[in-house]
Design a protein around this ligand. Sequence first.
Ligand code: PMP
Ligand code: GLN
Length: 383
Amino acid sequence: LLSADGVVAPTIFAEMSAAAVRTGAINLGQGFPDEDGPIEVLEAAREAISRGVNQYPPGRGDPDLLAAISEHQLRFYGLDVSPDSEVLVTAGATEALTATLLALIDSPDDEVVVFEPYYDSYAAAVALAGARLRTVPLRRPDFQPDLDELAAAVTDRTRIILVNDPHNPTGVVFAPEVQAEIVRLAHAHDAVIVTDEVYEHLTFTGPHVPLATLPGAAERTLTISSGGKTFNTTGWKIGWVHGPAELITAVLTVKQYLTYVNGSAFQPAIAAGLRLPDAFFTDAAAALERKHAILADGLRSAGFDVCPPQGGYFTVADASSLGGADAAAFSRALPERAGVVAIPLSAFVSPDHQADYAGLVRFAACKRVDVLEEAARRLSAAT
Ligand code: PMP
Ligand code: GLN
C-alpha cells in the first residue's frame, strides 16, 4: 500500500481527479455525479442538523435508517431483514467491506475470491485483513465469468466470495446461472458470500437481483450497499451491511473500533431517500442509461470500440485502434491531448493480469448531459 519511497500513494481516483483540476480537463475518471440528488434527501439532512442531530448516533445506526433499510429490502426484493439485529450502518460501502473482511478472516491461509477487474479497495482490504486474493477473470465481449474458472477458484480455503453486481468497472450484471453457481459453490465449500451492490438501483436490463434472494443464500450472505450512488451523495459516506445476526455482530465488533459511528445527520436523510416513491428510482436509472448512450455515441465517433454497460456509472471502451494499446499511457496523456480524464482498466487489475486488459479505458457517465457532449466533442477533435 506504500509507494517505493514510503509515501502513501494516492488512489488512481485521487490521482486522476488531481490531473483534471491541474489541466482543466473534463473529469470522466472518478465516479461522482456533478449534480445534486433529490431535494427531499438534501432537505432532510438540513432539517436533521437544525434539529440537533449532530452528536454520536447509536452504534448500529439511527433506528430510523435501520428501519428504512429493512423496509427497502422488503419493498424491492422481498427480503425479510430485522432492523434490530441484522443491519449495521457503516461509513460508506467501503467501511462495510473492510470491516467485514477484518471480521471474517481468521488465518493468513484464508482466501477471498474476487472477480477481476475489481474495485481498488478490495485488494487493499484483503491485504489489510491478512488474507490471500484469488481472482476470477471477467473478459470481453460480455464480461461474464466462465463457470469453470469460477468453480476452480473456490476451494475449501475460500472464506469469502466477494461479488460486486452491478460491476465497477465493467458494467456487467451477473447472469442468473453465474449467481446460482456462486451460491452453489459457497455451500459446497462453506464460504460466506459478501456482495457489493452500491449500483443496485442503476441497472439497464431489468430490476437488480440481490444474491441474498437466491434459495439458500441469505443464511450465508452479507449484503452491502450505500446511499452515495442512489442519491448523488457520494461524499456523505452512509453505507450499510445486512445479513445473519451473528455475522453482523462480528462486523459491528470491528466497525466500532474503526470509526465507532458516522454521519449522524446524514442517516435520517438517507432514510428519507430509501422511502422515496418507485418513480424516483426508475427515473434515476433511465436518466443514467440515456447518459451512457450519449457517452457511447461520442466515444464511437471518436473511434473507440465501446462495451455497453448493463448497470452502474461506467462505460468501458477499447482505445487500441486509437494508439491506446497501452491504455495506462493513453489515459495519462489524455488530459493534455484531449482535455478529458478517464481511468485505465489496469488500475483495477492485479500485476499478473495486466496484459488481458491493456487497451481498455473506463469513462464515468454520471455527469451532466452538456458535460458528456462537450467531452465527446473534445475526444473526436483529438483522435
Ligand atoms: N464499491 C464500488 C463497486 C464502488 O464503485 C464504490 C465507489 N464508488 C464503492 C464501493 C464505495 O462506496 P462508498 O462511497 O459508499 O464507500
Ligand atoms: N467509486 C469511485 C470510482 O470507482 C471512486 C471512489 C474513490 O475515489 N475511492 O470511481
